[in-house]
Design a protein around this ligand. Structure first.
Ligand code: SAM
Length: 276
């Protein structure tokens, strides 16, 4: 078997391509990542060698391969109710406050990966409706987007294996919001699935067609982008929020030096951002 190698030039060209396509910055010495994530595409697309595949990707000759290569380079790590505090703040502060506007509350999960984030939001909204009937008379509409079409397919089916189910879900929530799907997998029940509308969205493109939101979850995706790209995304998100809207970042992410469109709100626990 021949060793799969890529030259420094091939790596540089692919890194430039990837950043231009989706904002992901590879940095130095991530050849191993490119090799391990793209090698499976060599046989799938019958490109001969990894070098041939990289050439076809960066020249954009094969658009299906281009999409598959970007998809393969995304990191989709996620879990249910990640970090807990965003969901506590949602239930205790944001939903009660926004319900006073007397219109549907619109929430965007902007890097939804395999769906755990938007479906966790939907479960919180349903729990609120059960605990406080009448508090959300106009309902909650959730949009889940991601650049990865493979991830969006998982989101839409709403079926999760035992490994995914074991990360962040209480027994009570599993019992209430999931049904058996065979072989140890479970499917999100229809009343939760229908609260979320999934669609592809590259955060580098315009968000104008998505409409306006009251809350945007932008969690654990900015970490992959350059500072310039982070600023662009955050300023576009500010323009996608209704007046008084909120932005929720990942636990290790901050707005420092990136945008002046938000004020920081300390929630104890956690920090969220409000549109100025
Ligand atoms: C680590 S996951 C975060 C999932 C979830 N927000 C969470 O915090 O658990 C990052 C997601 O960002 C998506 N992503 C990466 N670049 C993107 C881009 N330019 N536009 C939209 N989504 C992107 C990836 O496909 C991946 O599903």
């Amino acid at each position: 078997m021949t060793a799969i190698t890529i030259s420094d030039q091939e790596y540089r060209e692919f890194s430039r391509f990837l950043e231009a396509q989706c904002g992901i910055v590879l940095g130095d010495s991530k050849q191993y990542l490119v090799r391990s994530r793209l090698s499976p595409l060599v046989s799938r697309f019958s490109t001969g060698t990894l070098s041939d595949l990289l050439k076809q990707v960066v020249t954009g000759r094969n658009s299906e391969l281009k999409v598959a290569a970007v998809d393969a380079m995304t990191t989709n790590e996620t879990l249910w109710f990640r970090d807990t505090y965003p969901y506590t703040v949602l239930a205790e502060k944001l939903l009660p406050e926004l319900a006073a506007n007397k219109r549907p509350i619109k929430i965007w999960s902007s890097a939804s990966s395999s769906g755990q984030e938007p479906y966790s939001i939907a479960m919180v909204a349903l729990e609120t409706q059960i605990k406080k009937p009448g508090m959300l008379p106009m309902g909650v509409q959730i949009t889940g987007t991601d650049i990865s079409t493979a991830m969006l397919d998982t989101c839409k089916t709403g079926i999760y294996d035992s490994l995914a189910l074991g990360r962040g879900l209480s027994l009570e929530r599993k019992r209430q919001f999931f049904e058996d799907a065979g072989s140890g997998s479970m499917r999100i029940v229809e009343k939760v699935r229908r609260m979320v509308n999934f669609r592809p969205q590259n955060l580098m493109s315009s968000y104008a067609l998505l409409g306006k939101f009251d809350i945007i979850f932008c969690r654990n995706v900015l970490i992959y982008f350059s500072p310039e790209m982070k600023s662009k995304v955050l300023n576009q998100m500010a323009a996608s929020l209704n007046p008084g809207g909120y932005l929720i970042l990942g636990a290790s992410e901050s707005l420092t030096g990136l945008t002046d469109k938000f004020e920081m709100i300390r929630c104890n626990p956690g920090i969220i951002y409000k549109l100025k």
